[in-house]
Design a protein around this ligand. Sequence first.
Ligand code: ZN
Length: 167
Amino acid sequence: MKILIYPHEILRQEARPVEKVDGEFQGLIDQMLEMMYKARGVGLAANQIGELRQLVVIDVTPSEEGPNPIVLINPRITEWEGEESGEEGCLSVPNYVAPVKRASSLHLTGYDRNEKEIGFDAEGLLARCIQHELDHLKGICFVDRLNPVRKALFRKKWPKIRPKEEG
Ligand code: ZN
């Protein structure tokens, strides 16, 4: 398994709700956590490894304090508040960061890996990361949310900086 690189078509597709958290699915969660930590990312959505399932892993804890993984299954943002711009990057768009406008705080509901219903408020980096990863589940990449000028710059720059596809 590897992390798909933009503009892979699976990154453009919507993930399906998860119906069953079985042993195979637990294995997928562990694999995604491992890949996220190895790539030094703060979040990874299942679309990014070619699995169209509503599963996201996140860890925004500074590495000296972590790990503190968050696993979100069938996540939904139910409330948004405020707006702020901040730098984002993506494991599917390596070597590129740009500012994106996001809600500054939110309320999230979903399930954890034990199929327990969860709900919590988030702000700051966690809120940004949740919005970024949930976008992936809808087939949206952060570069789709750049302002028109940055988007045009990105389109010019990306063919030069994108990693070469393997195999
Ligand atoms: Zn991403």
